[in-house]
Design a protein around this ligand. Sequence first.
Ligand code: T3D
Length: 266
Amino acid sequence: SEQLIQIEQQGGVRLLRLNRPEALNAFTAAMLGQLRQALEAAAMDGATRCVLITGAGRAFSAGQDLADPHVAPSREAGAAPKDIGHMLDHYYIPVALRLRSMPVPVVAAVNGVAAGAGANMAFGCDLVLAGESASFLQAFSKIGLIPDCGGTWLLPRLVGRAKALEMALLGDKLKAVDAERIGLISRVVPDAELQDQAMAIAQKLAGMPTRALAETRRALDEALKLDFESALKREAALQSQAGFAYDYQEGVAAFMDKRKPEFRDR
Ligand code: T3D
């Protein structure tokens, strides 16, 4: 079957490339199914220590494919309206949840426009790099929808209510440099350097204590739901587990011996 997600392995990094360039990598059910499978496979593979997601062609992703007859409103008079909630429940939510619960860090290399669910998929990754010509837009409001794929949760936390609502209500394009300025993404780099810089960061993360990195993401996400004292206690519980792990022993030993650590926990 057609490879809507291209998969490559480079050392400890699993590269997933959204691959419907002729449709700006707009998501279909088949593509989201393949993305979910690719994430599951990466999570299962002990040799994969970081996942890098990017797009083929000139876009990262234009979000939901609006030409998909399963979700596009029918133009026939009297036709029953489509239940697009079904698409979210069965395709978008599993992918969004998996991205945020991966046992390894996830890096997005945003190579062009990221719209709607395409943008929010990127914001759900742990580190987001973008090329100078990339842009981000919520797009939903322009077609009568609300931000999904985590947009309502992610945006206010990333950039605060004012900028979140500006993006969600107007739905306008935000340039990569502006996205970096308001703290929406990690960094913007020259287009020609995006893939190499993103891969270098992914390789760096792959060489780090991966389990601790995934637990760090978990601790941060959980802390958002806790009061300060509860967060301190949650940190202590997770830190206690980290302290029993091989990587902590190896990290300290390597530091004392002034040598490069070889982490292996995942
Ligand atoms: O429905 C559900 O299941 C609920 C879930 C919803 C999640 C969502 O993501 S809803 C939001 C969906 N996305 C959008 O509304 C974005 C629509 N696209 C755009 O606003 C623009 O295309 C872009 C800003 C992304 C890019 O603009 P530009 O000027 O660089 O390119 P273009 O010329 O507009 O697009 C190029 C082609 O891609 C064009 O087709 P053509 O004329 O060459 O045959 C365009 O129609 C097509 N295209 C772009 N986005 C989509 C798309 N085709 C289908 N679905 C798209 N989302």
